[in-house]
Design a protein around this ligand. Structure first.
Ligand code: GLC
Length: 612
């Protein structure tokens, strides 16, 4: 299939000129990606012609208020690799009640120094259990409990004024059973029945043999019999989350319309939820198929024409080999991806007081392309999935970490969670609880030091650091979820507490835990951002110091290098420094100059050295 050559109408205004230029650059690539997935489809020619018109029209219709940002980012294509682009992620309702509430908290977030907000799903979800909003009933409406589209646009505009950005989830793998597409399908409309995948009992059973249950305890199996559909509907997650049928090009086009719609509201980034599951293929696990990568790449190319300042974030909690292609197999793909391997390995290394697994994962994560960035994190709203490290650690390691964090005995206060495909149970719990910071413990406690260490590491890595709501003040686990029938069955609510604003207010009172942690988190962002000549595009690489208790890695940009050192244990350690760092260096976090061939680290000490 040869891509058709783009025809660009003669430009009549500067914006059309820009769109024309982008169209020429990206349309052939977009078409090639689509041909990879849909080239053999009998509707290909009509589909691609209609899409071409739509992409052009959507780009022309880009709201003028957003064109400036497009122009600025296009003019500095390396902007993504600027250091210190912290992201704050939270549930709107838990953080501030609703969207107007979030707008009132922007000073708090500015004070923390984050540059991006990622509120978890806030579009209209199904009534009752909605998997934390991940069962979307309408992609064009804000959940009425949280506000409306005007509130969302106003938040996006507020953020732009502060030079900050908004990232939203696009739950692209599935809709709620209550979504209008699913309702039409249930009512018998064939066009909409083709939006979903309905199999007879035998076919479903055959597919099931190859699939891995995501929630084996609470939602076993990947199919749900639905009488209206007269068959077994593909439901990878909960029975009320219906997987979309991306073999149907109309579904690709619909989801592109969702991206276009939200981008026009001022959303600057899209977290592509459950991206690995987009393509199903008989006889396979139906995860991380080449077509799933091609679909994401095609969205990227389309947005490069329509809304070039936007970023795509891959949510792919998989083995690193399967995550890396989400950055694009030949240059265009997601701009960011969760660095799940390094995050999980960090916890493993902390439990063992041995950086080995972190080093292995970090070395492998260096395969990221320079134009993209990792989203580095310590915790998020989901469980820590040990099995995703299977390529880098033995089953015994995975079991040990799972038991350490989920069953007590060590310093951690987490809880075991169901796990996909058997193996080591995943772990739930807030970062503070997993780091062993018990409620009531003060600053300087080992738990507080461990928590600060973990965040210090992710702020030094090659990418954007993500702060999970409440970690900046050491918020503990929330046991109350167990009393709410809608949440009680899903243990992930243990680490989805409501923001404790009284505790947050203590960040201004010196000597409190909140003041200590908040200040350190803010400093991490500030100090990272100040390293303007040390962008985060280049890979971080582990450094061998001969002392596994000290986690060590280096990043280099041009003539500048940063060495991050973290003592993973509760005893003082020292280690020889690599030659480049034994001459004059500056400790970025304390501002002190230093020289010397060895470095001494206090328990859980964290040091960022830069060459002078
Ligand atoms: C993603 C979300 C998770 C959700 C699942 C299904 O993994 O992070 O919270 O349960 O997708 O949408």
């Amino acid at each position: 299939m040869t891509p058709t050559s783009p025809s660009v109408p003669p430009a009549t205004d500067p914006h059309e000129n820009d769109v024309g230029r982008r169209f020429l650059a990206h349309w052939p690539r977009l078409e090639a990606k689509l041909a990879e997935v849909y080239g053999g489809n009998p509707r290909w020619a009509t589909f691609v012609a209609a899409l071409k018109d739509r992409v052009w029209a959507a780009a022309i219709a880009r709201p003028p208020a957003l064109r400036d940002l497009d122009a600025r980012r296009e003019a500095s294509p390396d902007w993504l690799g600027a250091p210190g682009q912290g992201v704050y992620t939270f549930y709107v309702e838990r953080f501030a009640g609703d969207l107007p509430g979030v707008r009132k908290r922007l000073d708090y977030l500015d004070d923390l120094g984050v540059r991006w907000l990622h509120p978890l799903p806030l579009l209209k979800s199904r009534p009752g259990d909605s998997d934390g909003g991940f069962a979307v009933a309408d992609y064009r409406q804000v959940d009425p409990r949280l506000g409306d589209m005007d509130d969302l646009e106003a938040l996006a505009a507020d953020l732009r004024d502060r030079d900050m950005g908004l990232i939203l989830d696009v739950v692209c793998n599935h809709t709620a059973r209550e979504h209008a597409w699913a309702a039409a399908a249930r009512a018998g409309d064939q066009a909409y029945r083709d939006y979903y995948i309905t199999l007879d009992a035998e076919e479903a059973a055959e597919r099931e043999r190859h699939l891995i249950d995501v929630f084996p305890d609470t939602a076993p199996g990947s199919f749900t019999f639905d009488p209206d559909m007269d068959g077994h509907v593909w439901t990878t997650f909960y029975p009320f989350q219906w997987d979309l049928n991306y073999a149907n090009p109309a579904v690709f086009a619909e989801m592109l319309e969702v991206l276009v719609f939200l981008a026009a509201k001022g959303v600057q980034g899209f977290r592509l939820d459950s991206a690995p599951y987009l393509w199903k293929a008989a006889g396979t696990t139906s995860r991380n198929r080449p077509q799933a990568y091609a679909i994401v790449e095609a969205w990227r190319e389309a947005l490069a024409i329509i809304a070039p300042s936007t970023v795509l974030v891959a949510e792919a909690i998989e083995s690193l080999d399967d995550v890396l292609p989400f950055f694009g197999r030949d240059g265009s793909g997601c701009d960011l991806a969760y660095n799940n391997a390094v995050m999980t390995a960090l916890w493993g290394a902390l439990a063992d007081g041995d950086a080995g697994v972190f080093d292995r994962c970090l070395a492998a994560s260096a395969g990221k392309p320079r134009r993209a960035a990792w989203l580095n994190y310590v915790r998020c709203h989901d469980d820590v999935i040990w099995n995703a490290l299977a390529a880098y650690a033995s089953p015994r390691d995975l079991d040990r970490w799972s038991a350490f964090y989920g069953q007590g005995g060590g310093f951690a206060h987490g809880r075991a969670f169901q796990t996909a495909g058997g193996g080591a149970p995943s772990t739930n719990g807030m970062a503070a609880a997993l780091a062993g910071l018990a409620p009531g413990e003060g600053p300087g406690s080992a738990g507080a030091e461990r928590l600060a260490l973990l965040y210090g590491v992710i702020h030094a890595l090659d990418g954007w650091p993500l702060i999970y709501m409440g970690d900046e003040i050491g918020l503990p686990n929330d046991e109350a979820y167990a009393d709410d029938p809608l949440r009680a069955t899903d243990g992930r609510w243990l680490h989805r507490p409501a923001m404790d604003w009284r505790a947050a207010a203590r960040r201004n009172r010196a000597g409190t835990l909140e003041a200590e942690l908040f200040t350190r988190f803010r400093q991490l962002g500030d100090r990272a951002r100040a390293l303007t000549d040390l962008g985060v595009a280049g890979p971080a690489r582990p450094v061998e110091l001969g002392s596994p208790a000290i986690l060590a890695f280096e990043r280099t940009e041009g003539a500048r290098s940063l060495l991050c050192l973290a003592n993973l244990t509760d005893v003082p350690r020292s280690a020889p420094l690599p030659a480049t760092f034994s001459a004059a260096t500056r400790d970025v976090l304390t501002g002190r100059e230093r020289t010397g061939e060895t470095i001494d680290l206090e328990p859980y000490d964290l040091v960022w050295l830069v060459t002078a």
